[in-house]
Design a protein around this ligand. Structure first.
Ligand SMILES: NC(=O)c1ccc[n+]([C@@H]2O[C@H](COP(=O)([O-])OP(=O)(O)OC[C@H]3O[C@@H](n4cnc5c(N)ncnc54)[C@H](OP(=O)(O)O)[C@@H]3O)[C@@H](O)[C@H]2O)c1
Length: 290
């Protein structure tokens, strides 16, 4: 595999490479040199970690969220590291904004190779039948229609080798009190990814999704304050911790990279095993077979 050094790699990455240099396990060589990417919702949390990872591995990146000043600050920080980044504010549900995000990226970088639909919301914990029409519409508009609108603009702007990655959620696969519209929007998003993968495969463009479990970002700030919330999740997670944004960013980067050149229409769950474990026997329980 080709290995190219990048000026703006983080010190942590360099340490990891050094630590792994002589061992059996090495770091995947993610090289996005020459590629242009856009990431919706990239001023905080998973989107920010993803944009930083892509940029530090050589991609030219368009930073986007609703707040122009914050986008510019994130882009400026990346430029100060030697990365190539521009700020293009856009509401992730608005068609005009998303059209401008795509055309602005192509204008800035001359191409578009990677589109990450990361922005997503879960603003209401009401039961599904109590949810207002407005809340339902807002969640579906942002989490499902927004990525479709982005795809409509981004995929035709890409050439063969292009990749779109949508950020779903493990909530797509199970029902949870207070997460009705959100889970439905993400389940439909995963089906949309499969549909787009079929339609865009013949053009050499791949479409995949990453499905995070509970991830330590602002999105779960309110939940984290509930007593016992994190303890309960970590106890029910084989790997014993919630995800951080970098865990999810690496999975997104894999799908965006040429390492995934023959992978399309897939959903990669990144949850520390949260969704494959269902409780435990009480301690000291005997099986009955001695
Ligand atoms: N955190 C979790 O536990 C978790 C688990 C599973 C899946 N996810 C998914 O991961 C994705 C990212 O979540 P996160 O936890 O990183 O969220 P976050 O920390 O709350 O960050 C959200 C980002 O999206 C932007 N944003 C929010 N609404 C937007 C809109 N309408 N248009 C454009 N940008 C918008 C925010 O900036 P502005 O507010 O300035 O616009 C910010 O940059 C979402 O799709 C979410 O559903 C998260």
């Amino acid at each position: 595999m080709r290995r190219k050094r990048n000026d703006c790699r983080s010190p942590a990455t360099t340490d990891l490479q050094a630590a792994c240099a002589n061992g059996p396990v090495g770091e995947m060589d993610l090289d996005f040199s020459g590629k242009a990417a856009l990431v919706t919702g990239s001023t905080r949390g998973i989107g920010l970690a993803c944009a930083q990872l892509l940029a530090r591995r050589g991609a030219r990146v368009a930073i986007s969220s609703r707040k122009a000043d914050v986008c510019e600050q994130v882009a400026a920080n990346l430029r100060s590291e030697g990365c190539d980044a521009v700020a293009i504010p856009a509401h992730a549900a608005r068609d005009d904004d998303l059209a401008r995000l795509v055309s602005g990226t192509v204008e800035a970088f001359g191409t578009l190779d990677i589109a990450v639909a990361c922005a997503g919301i879960n603003p209401s914990f009401d039961p599904l039948t109590d949810l207002s029409e407005a809340s339902w519409a807002k969640v579906l508009d942002t989490n499902l229609s927004g990525p479709l609108r982005l795809a409509r603009h981004a995929l035709p702007a890409m050439g063969p080798g292009g990749a779109m990655v949508a950020v779903s959620s493990v909530n797509a696969g199970f029902a949870m009190p207070g997460s009705g519209a959100y889970g439905i929007s993400k389940a439909a998003l995963e089906q949309m990814v499969r549909q787009l993968a079929v339609e865009w495969g013949p053009h050499g463009i791949r479409v995949n999704a990453v499905s995070p479990g509970t991830t330590d970002t602002d999105m779960i700030r309110a939940l984290k304050q509930r007593p016992g919330f994190i303890d309960r999740i970590t106890a029910d997670t084989p790997l014993g911790r919630i995800a951080d944004s970098a865990d999810i960013a690496h999975a997104i980067a894999f799908f965006a990279s040429d390492h995934a050149a023959h992978v399309t229409g897939q959903v990669l769950v990144v949850d520390g095993g949260q969704t494959i474990m269902r409780g435990t026997y009480p301690e000291n329980t005997k099986t009955g077979e001695e």
